[in-house]
Design a binder for this molecule. Sequence first.
Ligand code: GLA
Length: 355
Amino acid sequence: MGFENIYNHKAIIKESANARVNLIGEHTDYTGGYVMPTLLGFKNTIELSRNEEKKFVVFSEYFNEKKIFNDFIKSESNDWSDYIKGCLFVFFDEYKKIKLEHFNIYISSSIPLERGISSSSALCVSTFKALNSYFNTQINEKHIAILAKKVEHDYIGVSGGIMDQMVSSIGIHGKAFFLDCLNLKYELVNFPSNWKFCLVDSEVQRNLRSSSYNERFSELKIAEKELDVTYLGEVKLNKFNPDKISNPTVVKRARHVVTENDRVLKAKEYLLKDEIVKFGKLMIESHNSYSSDFEASTSDVDEIVKKSIECGALGARLTGGGFGGFTVSLIERNNFTNWYNKIKKHYPEEKIFEV
Ligand code: GLA
């Protein structure tokens, strides 16, 4: 396959965006808090050329399928091509002065889907990068992230935050991306040379739309209302008053977010000071909070986290939106072979990925 085989000519634009793994800070982005993801090697690539027949033609290598459309109406079946339609819609809506053009688009990706590592954000970010290059619109990286979020939020209808789009658009492979989601200020922090992160796949397919993600989102919005704050991110740990929240489940959800924000701040500090053991402990605390207070884990995931630590990881946790997908472990580089040889006795090598 490849662009040329499908369209019989060469692409004129080629842009990519990487997937991410969130190291710590879950469900803190849309509540105005802190997150700390890092980019993965997995990426999504968009190639495009102009279509002279006034049609949008999109080919997905993964689905081995071609879709043709000439409007931006979302399908009723949540089709993969809706993401491209959504990007085109948002782009032409935002830049009304640009004359509408039609494209041949080719999507290729090495990102495992529905595993909590933001395949959809990488798809949208790479599409905006491609449109930006084609039209020479000079959209900055932060704005590309904002547009990509608009697609997922307003067009697709998923209640997510801005973490995935920001790191996919701005992040640098090999550096942690600390983000304050309230003002979108970020810092890129180097990892000490002895730190190594690895993913283990729980293989539970996760679909944000059908999972309880939206339910958690609503619960946190109730907490914000009852605590009388715009964002939970404003609530410091020592100022958190659970008595103001009427529903005990909502108390647990909010407690996860308030404690998690505190952990992300500490995690950044430990990263800067090369305190790997303390950072690992925070990951474990984060997982426990995500599993018991936020109830976003599964028994398979909890088992991987437990096994990874038994095999010598200093920290491990479920990453991403929750309800299955990838776990991330922190291992000392000089203990990596030892950890790897042990963990692969429990999980096949195809499920283990080095970050
Ligand atoms: C998904 C969303 C993000 C974030 C995480 C949970 O990945 O896209 O915005 O909310 O879940 O931390």
